[in-house]
Ligand binder design. Structure first.
Ligand SMILES: O=c1ccn([C@@H]2O[C@H](COP(=O)(O)OP(=O)(O)O)[C@@H](O)[C@H]2O)c(=O)[nH]1
Ligand SMILES: O=C(O)[C@@H](COP(=O)(O)O)O[C@H]1O[C@H](CO)[C@@H](O)[C@H](O)[C@H]1O
Length: 270
């Protein structure tokens, strides 16, 4: 069956809603856990009151997800973000149905959500992640849908052993599965309105996860790594320094895409 894991860091306002969706989706033999990821608010209490089994975990999304995997004990593990403001469908139910239909060889199912208007400009999603993946992991390029970094995904728990502690976790999972050749799928999960909290380090963490794998897979030479780190840092800084009108989506998107088109360093690999 499936374990639903709601990942929550300081989500006291919305965690109960995410838990309720998971409980409504759960069937016989399923579990609903909430990982309280180092919250300083009433997240744990609200999750417990909503009916989840609460696991106390560290700050760091990847570390919280790894902890959930240790507790899962089911063939499938479904990660759910806790910052739900509004959804058009029960995301947990949609993902559970897809998991039950999946062949046992399938390693991961990524939930592809749409954003309500005005669609936000997701810098990591449209600029940083695709630029690095296109260059270093062509086997993964464009294969994880329009929201490749989606936190809504079902995985085989064995995939979680070596994920990074931070926001690099989804990029790591995508590339690891693509390189392994294990089957995966992408499924639409409807509209998801999230509560945005800009995190300046997210792009650095995503970039590090991708470059760590590129070096370990011999696609970037260790000697070339500092130049790639510099490329990531420059793009992340540009994304964070946008002083235009974020409400002017086209200008913001053009700004990001121009920055992401900066020449990439040599890989140092023949
Ligand atoms: O150290 C952390 C950071 C984030 N999260 C959770 O991971 C999900 C995605 O984080 P966030 O919403 O901040 O990222 P975004 O979706 O805005 O990119 C949310 O449910 C967070 O509460 C977590 O469990 N531990
Ligand atoms: O909503 C999204 O597409 C991004 C938001 O990041 P950006 O606004 O693209 O910088 O957040 C996703 O990426 C994170 C890192 O992989 C995940 O941890 C989030 O759960 C996911 O929402």
């Amino acid at each position: 069956m499936i374990t639903f894991a709601v990942l929550a860091h300081n989500e006291e306002e919305s965690v109960a809603g995410a838990v309720a969706e998971a409980l409504a989706a759960a069937g016989a033999g399923d579990r609903v856990v909430a990982v309280d990821s180092g919250s300083g608010d009433a997240t744990a209490e609200r999750a417990a009151a909503a009916g989840a089994e609460v696991i106390s975990g560290p700050v760091g999304k990847g570390a919280a997800m790894r902890l959930a995997a240790k507790h899962a004990g089911t063939p499938w593990l479904c990660f759910l973000d806790a910052d739900l403001v509004e959804t058009s469908e029960n995301i947990a139910a949609v993902l559970r149905a897809e998991a039950l239909r999946a062949d046992e060889s399938v390693a991961m199912i990524v939930g592809e959500f749409s954003d309500p208007p005005p669609e936000p400009v997701l810098g990591n999603t449209i600029a940083l992640y695709p630029a690095l993946v296109r260059a270093l992991f062509p086997e993964a390029d464009g294969r994880f849908g329009r929201r490749p970094l989606s936190g809504f995904r079902v995985v085989r728990p064995d995939l979680m052993a070596d994920v990074p502690d931070d926001f690099g976790v989804e990029a790591h999972l995508n590339l690891t599965v693509a390189v392994s050749g294990r089957p995966f799928s992408v499924t639409p999960i409807g509209m998801y309105r999230q509560r945005f909290r800009y995190k300046p380090d997210m792009g650095l963490e995503i970039g590090k996860a991708i470059l760590d794998l590129a070096v370990s897979h011999g696609r970037v030479a260790p000697s070339a790594r500092p130049a790639w780190d510099g490329w990531v840092a420059s793009l992340a800084a540009t994304m964070g320094s946008y002083r235009g009108d974020p409400g002017d989506r086209d200008a913001f998107r053009a700004h990001l895409m121009a920055a992401a088109a900066a020449p990439l360093p040599p890989t140092g690999v023949k």
